[in-house]
Design a protein around this ligand. Sequence first.
Ligand code: UDP
Length: 239
Amino acid sequence: PGRDKKYKRILLKLSGEELMGAEGFGIDPKVLDKMALEIGQLVGIGVQVGLVIGGGNLFRGSALSKAGLDRVTGDHMGMLATVMNALAMRDALERSNISSRVMSSIPMSGVVDHYDRRKALRFLEQGEVVIFSAGTGNPFFTTDSAACLRGIEMEADIVLKATKVDGVYSADPMKDPTATRYERLTYDEVLDKKLGVMDLTAICLCREQDMPLRVFRMDKPGALLNILKGENEGTLIIE
Ligand code: UDP
């Protein structure tokens, strides 16, 4: 099995909101179990999986700052939120018998490993799912940037960003019925058309390092596996 797979190593970015299910806040273990299953299918065909999970289901620095908190403090809280999500995801993976590690960009001795590129590469090569948490470790960044950064460092074949919609549209498909989906875009088109796919820092980093990106809908069953087979799910962003 897996001989027909297109990618050997991927970096999958899940937003925090993906974890909260129907609730408006927090973590829904049922959603995590479903995701663990999908990720397990990839591991099963020998794909190396790095994961970056956001924290938007718990805290976002920008929102906390609007509510009056200091922005940097808010960003620290946001990054800690991603560690909580990562722990919950590791728990779900382990319950499905998928070995996994959590690494954090902020040292948190006794809870998770501190991020170390060489160690992370070794874990991936051993078939463990590596969850990169605490974003980049710096305020004013997002977990999209962290995903692209870690994807590039891990020499992943592609960064896959899971979203609520099945790709990048010319306008918000929830609001504009004439919106059409792009199958393929260049980094420059994303920047020029100001398509809010990912934050600009992340797009620029990928453009600079030639890291392909694919935006797709995670809760469509089998979507991840289809991508691994080389099928055209969502939108590909490439040079
Ligand atoms: N964050 C940060 N630096 C990083 C990554 C994340 O300060 O490198 C903070 C930031 O406040 C952000 C929050 O963590 O709002 C949660 O991450 P993000 O908003 O990217 O989560 P997502 O939208 O993917 O759930």
